[in-house]
Design a protein around this ligand. Structure first.
Ligand SMILES: Cc1cc2nc3c(=O)[nH]c(=O)nc-3n(C[C@H](O)[C@H](O)[C@H](O)COP(=O)(O)OP(=O)(O)OC[C@H]3O[C@@H](n4cnc5c(N)ncnc54)[C@H](O)[C@@H]3O)c2cc1C
Length: 399
């Protein structure tokens, strides 16, 4: 169920396993996706898919204000390529791998067990029977049970692709996080911190986005827009043409799904967004093959195996013990970061990006094995100034 990046990634892998797949989505699978997806280039190189990048930057930096450069204007250079997917190339390459599939434009209304199989009932009144169902309908899925662990923090952002009175970032540059806050007044400084995510698209076009890493309740679009305009104008930059506006809102620490339920999830519905960074597409591409292999094996080994047992085998691979433990560590980290006031947060990130590149990049991609992840977190603690260490251990009570 679904036709976003998660659905197409898993369907492509299921097709490669020669499984018979029916895909249901509220729109045709070639309808362009609304979001722009970014990723560190190395993640795609490892998968042999770097040609799917539409833009690629080698000049990648972040600004964390004081402590780095006298007036905080010297960036940390990441020396690591970042890219934006060519949306349609990614979508088309996945669709090509899906082959000739049975795609149905349907909106699923209900999912239930029917004998040994699972039935999906759609708003059209049609119903579909499958040996196993995978819900890839995004983080708002109504079909996946998960525990209620209280308010869920959301990443929120307001961005503009456009032209500007002068360049908002240097030519050819990608800015992962500009956390400089010298343009904010006392009141704004006491509110949840935001940063600028920005890049040069060439030919006088730039993308600038004011982003709140995670917050509950999320920052509103109005606050983010005002922050973006204040930040730009403090540097003497005005937006002269809006080509496209982006509104971003998605959960960062959605609890993991109940892994005893008799159907599976993948992507946002399966809480696969990285709780510390908000990225997911790399994880979809890396984790889909093992899930598809496991399902193919379960389905072919025993033609009588019922939906719940097939789903159980799938959940075990999708959220193995190792991945669950790593996820918990990330969620713990995020909860600490959310308690940090802006100067402590800037200090944290400045320290984080002083870790060796393979450590911070592996942390952000979630590719470090658990023992190594623990080691990197300890290293980060060791490198951090006392005020960050204290915040990591105790959290920071809200004032
Ligand atoms: C603005 C924005 C920017 C983001 N940027 C990045 C980024 O740069 N890099 C990154 O890795 N991640 C990013 N993310 C996070 C994450 O990768 C995306 O949210 C991603 O789109 C989630 O993919 P998905 O396929 O799980 O869900 P979605 O993309 O939400 O797709 C859900 C699909 O299910 C269909 N559907 C929903 N309900 C039903 C139903 N009842 N029946 C049938 N079909 C249904 C929808 O029509 C849609 O096709 C971003 C998220 C947002 C919102």
């Amino acid at each position: 169920m679904g036709a976003g990046p998660a659905a197409l990634c898993i369907v492509a892998e299921l097709a490669e396993q020669d499984l018979k797949v029916t895909a249901l989505a509220s729109h045709t699978p070639d309808k362009p996706w609304p979001n722009t997806y970014g990723i560190w280039a190395e993640e795609l190189e490892t998968l042999g898919m770097a040609s799917l990048l539409g833009h690629r930057w080698s000049n990648t930096v972040s600004y964390f204000g004081d402590g780095i450069g006298k007036d905080g204007s010297n960036p940390i250079e990441h020396n690591f390529d970042y890219g934006l997917f060519n949306q349609s190339a990614l979508q088309q390459s996945l669709l090509n791998r899906c082959g000739k599939l049975d795609w149905q434009v349907e909106t699923a209304e209900k999912v239930r067990l029917k004998g040994a199989n699972t039935e999906v009932i759609c708003s059209s009144g049609n119903s579909y029977i499958a040996r196993v169902v995978i819900d890839a309908s995004g983080h708002k899925s109504r079909f996946i049970r998960r525990p209620n662990l209280g308010p869920v923090a959301q990443q929120a952002a307001y961005g503009v692709v456009g032209r500007f009175s002068s360049p908002p970032v240097k030519e050819g540059q990608f800015v992962l996080m500009d956390f400089r806050s010298d343009h904010l007044d006392e009141l704004q400084l006491s509110q949840p911190p935001t940063f600028l995510y920005a890049m040069d698209f060439g030919e006088g076009v730039f993308f600038v986005e004011e982003t709140s890493l995670a917050c509950s309740p999320p920052l509103t679009r109005e606050i983010l827009k005002e922050r973006l305009i204040t930040r730009l104008s403090s540097r003497g930059v005005e937006i002269t043409q809006v080509i496209h506006e982006e509104h971003c809102l998605f959960p960062m620490n959605l609890p993991l799904p109940d892994r005893t339920q008799p159907w599976l999830a993948f992507g946002g519905a399966a809480s696969m967004v990285h709780p510390a960074s908000g990225y997911m597409v790399g994880a979809l591409l890396r984790r889909a093959p093992a899930l598809a292999r496991e399902l193919a094996q379960a389905i072919s080994l025993d033609p009588q195996l019922d939906s719940s047992l097939i789903a159980k085998a799938g959940w075990k691979v999708l959220w193995s013990n190792e991945l669950v433990q790593r996820h918990r560590l990330y969620q713990f980290g995020l909860s600490r970061l959310m308690s940090f006031e802006e100067s402590r947060l800037r200090c944290f990130f400045a320290t984080f990006f002083r870790l060796p590149q393979e450590d911070w990049a592996g942390f952000l991609a979630n590719t470090l094995p658990l023992p190594k992840l623990i080691l990197v977190m300890l290293k980060l603690f060791w490198l951090s100034p006392w005020k960050v260490r204290a915040g990591m251990i105790l959290g920071v009570p809200s004032s």
